[in-house]
Write a protein that binds this ligand. Structure first.
Ligand SMILES: *[C@@H]1O[C@H](CO)[C@@H](O)[C@H](O)[C@H]1NC(C)=O
Ligand SMILES: *[C@@H]1O[C@H](CO)[C@@H](O)[C@H](O)[C@H]1NC(C)=O
Ligand SMILES: *[C@@H]1O[C@H](CO)[C@@H](O)[C@H](O)[C@H]1NC(C)=O
Ligand SMILES: *[C@@H]1O[C@H](CO)[C@@H](O)[C@H](O)[C@H]1NC(C)=O
Ligand SMILES: *[C@@H]1O[C@H](CO)[C@@H](O)[C@H](O)[C@H]1NC(C)=O
Length: 198
């Protein structure tokens, strides 16, 4: 059986359409509709692999009713504070979330609930020594719709430090998955389609 070329074209186009739609989100376009806090005390230094942080979040009820009706899940991420981004292109902030390298570490994912959310997180052993905060994205249909963070807009308050044991070399490979993202899957898809076609 032969694959009809127009069907193939349609598949390829739909693949790109999905990729560009899912990946054009800017942080500044999201509602900062979540309130996020951590149990850390100012200046606290957490030992990687040992210490725990209790992360709590809820919906900011002063947002217009309905803002969160479509939220389905939350993604909790560990993010570099500006002091640990200085001189590091591989940690650079970009308002376009595709290119943003502020929050390369996934902490957890959970179903969206308006209130009473918390997660006790043990700082993983391979966490680089740096200063951090936590950001949480509210997701609908794989798209970020809202967010909140455990620090202020300038990212100076309520930061915490991690004392890691990772060498620079290991640290780079730990950060790599952040560059791939699901855009990489789009290309994998394309490649597969071509292989099937040949
Ligand atoms: C985490 O923090 C929340 C909110 O302050 C609290 O309700 C919860 O009991 C805490 N969990 C643990 C295990 O300490
Ligand atoms: C909740 O949202 C309101 C309205 O946008 C804002 O003024 C307020 O600072 C927010 N509260 C918190 C704790 O983020
Ligand atoms: C929720 O999703 C529906 C269907 O996609 C859309 O029409 C509506 O505008 C969304 N509401 C909000 C607040 O984003
Ligand atoms: C932000 O909230 C407003 C008001 O509820 C809503 O109209 C808008 O669609 C929301 N934006 C996003 C990106 O969900
Ligand atoms: C919050 O969660 C805790 C533990 O899951 C539960 O015992 C408590 O009843 C909840 N409180 C509210 C207000 O939902």
């Amino acid at each position: 059986m032969e694959t009809h070329p127009s069907l193939l074209l349609l598949l390829v186009l739909s693949c790109f359409a999905t990729a560009s739609y899912a990946h054009n989100v800017h942080l500044s376009a999201l509602n900062q509709s979540l309130i996020v806090s951590t149990s850390t005390t100012p200046g606290e230094v957490l030992k990687a692999g040992v210490d725990q942080v209790n992360i709590s979040w809820s919906y900011n009820q002063s947002f217009p009713a309905g803002t969160d009706t479509n939220y389905t899940t939350v993604e909790v991420k560990l993010c570099y504070a500006p002091v640990s981004q200085a001189g590091r292109d591989d940690r650079k902030t970009d308002d376009a979330l595709d290119n943003d390298k502020t929050c390369p570490f996934d902490i957890t994912e959970a179903p969206y609930k308006r209130s009473n959310n918390s997660f006790v997180w043990t700082v993983p052993q391979d966490t680089p020594t740096a200063t951090y905060f936590v950001r949480i994205f509210a997701i609908y249909n794989k798209h970020e719709k809202g967010y909140g963070q455990s620090t202020d807009a300038l990212k100076t308050t309520s930061l915490f430090q991690v004392d890691g044991i990772v060498s620079e070399e290991k640290e780079v490979s730990a950060a790599l998955p952040a560059f791939g993202g699901s855009f990489g899957y789009g290309y994998a898809w394309l490649l597969m389609l071509f292989l099937v076609y040949i």
